[in-house]
Design a protein around this ligand. Structure first.
Ligand SMILES: Nc1ncnc2c1ncn2[C@@H]1O[C@H](COP(=O)(O)OP(=O)(O)O)[C@@H](O)[C@H]1O
Ligand SMILES: [Mg+2]
Length: 260
């Protein structure tokens, strides 16, 4: 099976060299965990190291802001855009707002909802075809979860992932982490792989750790690995473990709860 290296130093050796081609992988984590950085690095490295064009779909940040942030890591997204190797698409928030309004109305037949989701998917597919993209990054799935009706949310996510799976791109989709770690959401079952970015604190020190929860068909690493975000992007310490440090965190929490 063809593999797609992420190009993120230290990460690929955790998954036998890279994602399986055309898989849909979920990247979860709280705010500031490094999801957008991870995805940008995946696209940037894909273009510059592997000559694979990429599409970046953003539901939240503007393309200008993304390019500014990535410039901090020395990634010239603007140049890649001009060379037609990268597309940064802001999925239409206005059309999507209309869509949400419809999904909140239970009497609605559902035709309009599907029409708007279809528009977003068509927009993504068109950009992929335009530049012959092999890699797709979608930031984030959480933006599709505005409906208060969990059945609707499930339907939207299911439809969305099912369609993206047919795009012939190796796809990374971000999702904000759930408050309850036991509460797995539908996308975690649907995706071929789930990577979890966790940030915790010991005293004044911030510890970033990465765990591969699943990667179907891959003999993947199961240890909690530390990673850092630097001026050059994300770096994973593939032979270190944060288990010892995590134990410190638990004992710290325990002592603060018990007042020890
Ligand atoms: N040059 C840098 N050096 C160190 N850390 C950085 C640098 N640039 C960004 N960061 C860290 O990365 C975080 C942003 O990561 P981001 O990918 O936007 O997270 P997410 O998308 O998960 O919210 C910042 O909050 C900051 O902690
Ligand atoms: Mg982000």
């Amino acid at each position: 099976m063809a593999r797609v290296p992420t190009g993120i130093p230290g990460f690929d050796e955790l998954i036998e060299g890279g994602f399986i081609e055309n898989d849909v992988i979920l990247l979860t984590g709280g705010p500031g965990a490094g999801k957008s950085t991870f995805g940008s690095q995946y696209l940037y490295s894909g273009i510059t190291d592997y000559n694979e064009p990429g599409v970046y779909i953003t539901f939240e940040e503007t393309p200008a802001r993304i390019m500014r942030n990535m410039w901090r890591h020395g990634w010239d997204m603007e140049r890649l855009r001009k060379e037609n190797k990268l597309r940064i698409i802001r999925a239409d928030p206005i059309a999507y707002g209309r869509y949400i309004k419809r999904t909140m109305d239970d009497d609605d037949s559902g035709d309009h909802e599907n029409a708007t989701l279809e528009t977003v998917l068509k927009q993504i597919y068109a950009s992929i075809k335009e530049i012959g993209a092999k890699r797709l990054f979608i930031d984030s799935l959480t933006s599709l979860k505005i409906s208060p009706n969990p059945v609707n949310v499930r339907h939207i996510i299911l439809e969305f992932i099912k369609n993206v799976e047919s795009f012939d791109c190796t796809t990374l989709i971000t999702s904000e982490i759930s408050k309850d770690p036991e509460d797995f959401s539908v996308e975690e079952y649907l995706a071929e792989g789930v990577i979890c970015l966790k940030v915790f604190r010991i005293g004044g020190e911030r510890i970033r750790s990465l765990e591969i929860l699943k990667m179907r068909g891959v003999k993947h690493d199961e240890v909690l690995r530390p990673y850092v975000i630097t001026d050059k992007g994300i770096f994973v310490y593939s032979s270190d473990s944060v288990i010892g440090k995590e134990a410190d965190v638990f004992s710290l929490q325990r002592s603060s709860i018990l007042g020890e």
